[in-house]
Design a binder for this molecule. Structure first.
Ligand code: RTP
Ligand code: MG
Length: 135
């Protein structure tokens, strides 16, 4: 299987809960290497541009508000099958529906404050990595 790169965000709720290390450890123990990483306060413009695909959705305003409510960790993860593997480690968008042992099940409290973001396809991974880290 090919080595891939995916883009990940540890969201403001998880940073505030002081579990950056615990989440990073999930990546590491499952074979994902952090090859870029930065603690960052997103501006409104950065958050809106990042989630542009959801612009027309009713939750867009709340999503941008939440993503700018405190610092996040933006990172690039590398490993075999990284995109799908990271989605699996994250669990379902709604932590109430996330499988046992997933990051969202263990660290998230709601569908809004759901601890992590991960690219959902090779095309998103490429766009999102370029958005924060350039080519
Ligand atoms: P993400 O993009 O953050 O990795 O999450 P995801 O792929 O699992 O979910 P997505 O459909 O892309 O939605 C992006 C974020 O918007 C919030 N959301 N709220 N209230 C709602 O119905 C709702 N639906 C989505 C979530 O915080 C989700 O992570
Ligand atoms: Mg998504």
């Amino acid at each position: 299987m090919a080595i891939e790169r995916t883009f990940s965000i540890i969201k403001p709720d998880a940073v505030a809960k002081n579990v950056i290390g615990k989440i990073a450890s999930r990546f590491e123990s499952n074979g994902l290497k952090m090859v870029e990483m930065q603690l960052k306060q997103l501006t409104r413009e950065e958050a809106e541009g990042f989630y542009a695909e959801h612009k027309e959705r009713p939750f867009f305003g709340d999503l941008v508000e939440f993503m700018t409510s405190g610092p996040v960790v933006v990172q690039v993860l590398e490993g075999e099958n990284a995109i799908a593997l990271n989605r699996e480690l994250m669990g379902a968008t709604n932590p109430q529906e996330a499988a046992e042992g997933t990051i969202r099940r263990d660290f998230a409290q709601s569908i809004d404050a759901n601890a992590v973001h991960g690219s959902d396809s090779p095309a998103s991974a490429e766009r999102e990595i370029a958005y924060f880290f350039g080519k």
